[in-house]
Design a protein. Structure first.
Lengths: 138, 138, 138, 138
DNA sequence: GTGGTCTAGACCACG
DNA sequence: GTGGTCTAGACCACC
């Protein structure tokens, strides 16, 4: 089964970002495995009724991030997952999302216990694809 | 005690939006009551080290939305008569931040245990200064 | 003194890449320090007589790499240098250049001694801006 | 003993170009003499696990440039009468690879000592199989 | 067929 | 003023 992309052109999140998010999510959830091929730039652009450049940008950023791989004349594929960033850099990149989530949750009146439970429940949904037992190094 | 604002200028979310979000949340969570005064545009701009225009824009949009009230020469205050969110509504509002945070954390390679610990640690940091008895610092 | 960019539009290396390379090089050599502002997208595009989008792409990639920082409505600046990648990832990223250099050098008939000397001499030229004494961690 | 080709399909340099470069270098460094036979298109394509068209293209361009000669039904051979590069020319040809390698290494945060060590280690790996007495493997 | 690059020009959001 | 996004359409290189 191929991926199904859903974009909402009017939203505040840019289209290319919606695409990268969905691919990231699919990789995380295991719907896309290492080596899987993605739809071609032109094909995806056609099904989403957007400009091929927009798809190319999404793919390009993921390639630069090491999530995807591309070779001339061949389809873009999912790259093997590897730990790319140092612990410090990973914390730095996660910080805004952490801050936004915790602030919003508290301001909306949730208790710490409720917040912790929500996070755990959500994490459990992804449990199928844990990134490996890990060797502790980064 | 007035609100504590937390802004991250480097992030992708515009500063004025971070302010409006936090005020909205605080009002609907009951931390800001009808009639409460907000810091003046200049004062807030100074403490956040941002352009006064940015604060003015945030206040302006909230006044336009009926969340705040402003009168010539007087402090901006919270407008009366806002119904609080229902539990379901609060969950719905929190959902995007939850999703963004958990996805980003897993994508960066953090383990569920690490993620839970980070959230708890951050919650503890907030708890230490939210009780409301006030320590004079802001 | 501002940077002077030199591009050769006809070459095989894409223009946006020539720009990123020169900025990277300038940062490395210390000509650009952390916090320094770069020319605006439009300004640089005009002086180089290229499309603003091309400059924007170069800046954008460097921002995503953490070399530059940008905030809405403000100039793009040089970000503080930090170790972003794990040792393994750094080796992986350097590999193609290492392979290309050593292969070419040997095939051109240089002896190992000559090759080593060339590298050391080139490294010495950058000596002024060593990335810090380092703490051994990555 | 025939040439040992090293290609990296994932890199940005096209495969056919990697082949022509290596043949060119070998010829001009004297590792391939006038009249020497090259592996057949199909054989080389098989050992490199690439498309035969790609090998054919590489050979074709070299024939067009007068570096190789091909006759119906016979192996492709090295054409006679090529003057070797002068020392200065060899240095000039190596310059881009040197520059790219050193810049990339420093940008990634490697120390001069590490860089020197990597080059020496890589040179040693080549040395162990270049002496020409041949160990039967390729 | 595939992806990669560049241009031209438009519109928006931010400060 | 700044950068960010998107479109339309072109051309190239590679396989």
């Amino acid at each position: 089964m191929a991926l199904e992309f859903h974009i909402s052109p009017g939203g505040s999140v840019p289209i290319y970002r919606q695409i990268t998010d969905q691919i990231n999510h699919a990789v995380l959830a295991g719907h896309l495995q290492s080596g899987d091929a993605l739809p071609s730039v032109r094909a995806l652009a056609e099904t989403l009724v957007i400009n091929p450049n927009t798809v190319a940008r999404a793919y390009g950023e993921l390639v630069r991030d090491g999530v995807l791989e591309s070779q001339q004349g061949k389809a873009v594929t999912v790259a093997p997952r590897r730990q790319k960033y140092t612990k410090a850099e990973r914390l730095r990149r996660l910080e805004p999302a952490l801050q936004a989530f915790v602030s919003a949750a508290l301001l909306l009146g949730f208790t710490p216990a409720e917040i912790g439970a929500m996070v755990e429940r959500r994490l459990a949904e992804f449990a199928s694809r844990t990134p490996g037992k890990g060797d502790g190094r980064d």
